[in-house]
Write a protein that binds this ligand. Structure first.
Ligand SMILES: [Zn+2]
Length: 336
């Protein structure tokens, strides 16, 4: 099958960018294909989801557009086709610094990247409005970048090549200067990570999955207050949500049994429930999410390498025990 996008040969940097995307990306989706889908949707030839996956529907939409514009009908969005798409066909991603008020191909690709990294702007429409501005700022804050809502090289690089979706070993060290800053979480279950954060089967996976057997303990990733504990009809099954400081929340889903109640204060490492397969789960595992200001983010950069061992019956309140997710010394946090 021919590629849906043809790189622009006259502009070497852009060509290199377009060429390296499918190979370098850990995802099946491509932000440039998403931008193309947004443009084709605007001219009413594409009616599918903006999923960044160039399938039959996208190819058909390109052909329909090419026929309408009396271009060569080959189903490939080359330079002429993109030019015919007008302001939605450019500029190429990475060819300018993106900021509020702009429109175009690169902005649509940016919105897709943000959504893929768990910092959704709400809609993917190619317009850099206030929702996109807020999403960029959230992403920058979560990744230790300068928070200015402007997308230059550093932010774009982090969006395209950041740790999300790649299998970095977890950064367990206290890393000042690491992208996520001082916030660290304990691993909530003792088992391998079987599914990373990011696109999966064409849809975003908003957390990470731990492969752990039915009935295995699930422990709080840090000190906090339980704000939800019980059945969730949206697919999470039995779900516990813990509110931490600094506007972080952690989610523990598909539990067979919940061991805490709403309003309860918990220490890092204290038991919150047991692994199950309730809700939308194909088998027993722990689905674990980290949210910041309500937005799901990749937990990996925040996870300590240590497993949160269950506490012996706690003596004293969590506050007295000094556990805190913003603690810098992982050894101290792990000992909580
Ligand atoms: Zn999951």
């Amino acid at each position: 099958m021919p590629p849906i996008l043809r790189p622009v040969r006259a502009v070497p940097l852009l060509a290199a960018l377009a060429l390296c995307l499918p190979a370098a990306s850990a995802y099946a989706s491509d932000p440039n294909v998403a931008a193309l889908q947004v443009a084709l949707k605007a001219v009413h030839t594409y009616h599918g989801h903006i999923d960044g996956i160039g399938g039959q529907g996208t190819r058909r939409a390109i052909r329909a557009f090419q026929a309408k514009k009396h271009l060569g009908v080959d189903g490939v969005a080359g330079p002429r086709t993109r030019k015919a798409l007008g302001r939605r066909g450019g500029p190429r991603l990475g060819s300018r610094v993106m900021r509020r008020g702009q429109r175009g191909w690169d902005v649509a690709a940016l919105q897709f990247l943000l959504a893929r990294r768990g910092s959704s702007s709400g809609s993917i429409d190619g317009g850099f409005g206030s929702a996109t501005y807020a999403a960029v700022r959230r992403f920058q804050a979560a990744h230790g970048l300068g928070v200015d809502g402007v997308v230059g090289r550093a932010t774009l690089h982090a969006l395209e090549h950041g740790s999300s979706g790649h299998s970095h070993p977890s950064r367990g060290g206290s890393g000042s200067g690491s992208p996520s800053g001082p916030v660290r979480f304990l691993r909530p279950a003792h088992g391998p990570i079987t599914s990373p954060f990011g696109m999966r089967w064409g849809r975003p996976h908003q957390g990470i999955d731990f492969g752990v057997p039915y009935g295995a303990p699930v422990n709080a990733a840090g000190v906090g207050t339980v704000i939800s504990a019980g059945w969730n009809s949206g697919g999470y099954g039995n779900l516990v949500i813990i509110q931490h400081r600094l506007s972080f929340q952690t989610y523990y889903a598909h539990l067979s049994r919940v061991a805490v109640g709403v309003g309860q204060r918990v220490a890092g490492g204290s038991r919150v429930g047991y692994v199950g397969a309730t809700g939308h789960a194909t088998g027993p595992h722990l689905h674990f999410e980290v949210r910041h200001y309500g937005v799901p983010i990749d937990p990996m950069p925040y996870l300590l390498s240590s497993y949160s061992k269950a506490l012996p019956q706690a003596s004293g309140t969590p506050a007295e025990m000094g556990c805190d997710i913003s603690v810098q010394d992982p050894a101290w946090l792990a000992a909580c």
